[in-house]
Design a protein around this ligand. Structure first.
Ligand code: ZN
Length: 510
């Protein structure tokens, strides 16, 4: 379909105009942006959208999420990562989610994302204990049906979870340790699986790609991380991983390797431009220099980080070092919505608690670039999407600028970061296809899907509650691990306020 958007306010975020909006028209043809300019004339037969009082901008990119958490939105509160994972990613696993619910779970996140202006998702999908092509195919199908662009992994670890945490072997009683099964993941098995995915699912519908993902350096063996890195480079896809989200992980690096986890990654030869690191909060100056020199990307998940009490990432220093930064929600039980607009606003605000040096805060323009082109780069899809550039895919948003979020109008970029919440979105295009119009999804029956989720998911959540109950037995030992790690002086601090912050009280249960 040919679409002509006439006389809109255009915010390209790269190339002409960059972060400075201008009035012009935009032509979409064969799924791509065919022309941008002030004096364009609509071709015959084109669908014309009146751009008056409308802002056209690139679709947002969610650089890091886990679709497996989508049914857990609103479920947890006030737990540090290591304890929260006991419930969101139980050590003593329950039954796997049935096929239909797997489909609905993925679709629900994609639907919420599209309606809120996210046109590309980077889904670090996790489906232990085994890797099956059919299950991943279901995830791909859901994204295909939603019409969203997605880069999806199957995130794994090849170590026993108790060997990924500091002090765990010391703190958890032997009887309980015996109940924790070893990972069934092997280097060869995962490589074979990934190759099968590349041969079958990767590139599906022209929109859904696969990426390689090793959960975190301390959660996999050196051979495993190296094999993943090699495969990712060979296939031109990202190596997605988590590094230094929590202070406990900073302590882990020292306990396991006698060095930081970034220095460890550097030493084993797996820091390169295709690496996307979720979080990177507890990084040292030396780590930041290594990351900049290696030209890696970081997914900054500032709402999730506060929900899990992980600290504030040194984003200004990462940007100064030349690290590419995207924005992510992380999963929906540590962020609770799929709205990147919320993450943008948080990113504009959170860094103010970390420094009185107001000249070093992260600006709206930097945040908008992180939410679009920076995010596209984290998926290595920046040549394909992430900005309004002639030749790129037409992944774009049309926002109405006449509501409260835009009246009166001052600085467009400031409005996008501090005033907008997605409610002004009228139209969303992915690859030139209208997927949201007048705020309604066109690709799937929104009401029917929501009704099916309301009908079928509570029984599944009830089953999950029983799994949580079984895993609660670990909580006191993990709480002690968290306490022991967080009271250490490790030379850097990403919490605000006095240390130690430990009160010794258990978290409230009611
Ligand atoms: Zn994550």
């Amino acid at each position: 379909m040919t679409i002509f958007i006439r006389n809109a306010t255009l915010l390209t975020l790269e190339g002409e105009g960059g972060t400075e909006p201008f009035v012009g028209s935009l032509l979409v043809r064969d799924g791509r942006i065919a022309a941008i300019g002030p004096d364009l004339v609509p071709p015959e037969g084109a669908r014309v959208i009146d751009g008056r009082d409308r802002l056209v901008m690139p679709g947002l990119v969610n650089s890091h999420l886990h679709s497996g958490e989508t049914f857990f939105k609103g479920r947890y509160e006030h737990m540090p990562l290591e304890i929260w994972m006991l419930y969101a990613y139980p050590i003593l696993m329950g039954p796997r989610i049935p096929e239909r619910l797997l489909y609905l779970r993925t679709l629900l996140g994609a639907m919420e994302s599209l309606k809120n202006g996210v046109t590309t998702m980077v889904d670090d999908w996790f489906d232990p204990p085994t890797q099956e092509l059919d299950r991943l195919a279901t995830v791909f199908t859901a994204y295909e049906h939603a019409g969203i662009r997605a880069t999806v992994s199957n995130c794994v670890m090849d170590k026993n979870v108790l060997d990924t945490l500091p002090f765990a072997r010391e703190l958890v009683p032997p009887g309980l340790q015996a109940e924790v099964e070893d990972s069934s993941v092997t280097v060869d098995g995962y490589m074979d699986y990934c190759k099968a995915v590349f041969d079958s699912l990767h590139g599906r519908a022209g929109r859904v790609n696969f990426m390689v993902s090793a959960s975190a350096p301390q959660r996999v063996t050196v051979e495993f991380m190296q094999a993943c890195s090699e495969l990712a480079v060979a296939r031109g896809v990202p190596l997605h991983t988590h590094i230094l989200e929590t202070k406990t992980q900073a302590v882990t690096g020292q306990e396991f390797y006698g060095k930081t986890l970034i220095r460890h990654m550097h030493n084993i030869g797996v820091l390169h431009p295709g690496v996307t690191i979720a979080h990177s909060i507890w990084v040292t100056d030396d780590d930041i220099a290594l990351m900049g020199a290696a030209d890696v990307s970081v997914a900054h998940n500032c709402i999730s980080n506060q929900k899990l009490g992980a600290g504030v990432a040194p984003v200004r220093r990462l940007l100064d070092a030349g690290v590419n930064v995207g924005l992510g929600t992380d999963g929906l039980c540590s962020n609770d919505t799929a709205r990147i607009f919320d993450v943008m606003r948080a990113a504009g605000l959170i860094h103010g608690i970390a420094t009185p040096d107001h000249g070093r805060l992260v600006s709206s323009r930097e945040i908008l670039k992180a939410a679009t082109i920076g995010g596209a780069r984290t998926a290595l899809r920046h040549r394909e999407t992430g900005s309004l550039t002639v030749g790129k895919a037409a992944d774009l948003l049309v926002l109405r600028m006449t509501g409260f979020n835009w009246t009166p109008l001052n600085d467009v970029c400031h409005h996008l970061v501090y005033c907008e919440n997605g409610s002004s979105i009228e139209t969303v295009l992915v690859a030139g296809e209208v997927v949201v119009e007048n705020g309604r999804l066109l690709t799937v029956d929104e009401d029917a899907i929501l009704a099916e989720v309301r009908e079928t998911v509570p029984a599944w959540l009830e089953q999950h509650r029983l799994v949580e109950d079984r895993n609660r037995v670990f909580e006191p030992f993990f709480a002690e691990m968290h306490r022991r790690a967080t009271i250490q002086d490790i030379g850097i601090n990403r919490y605000q306020g006095d240390l130690p912050l430990w009160t010794g009280q258990n978290r409230p249960t009611a």
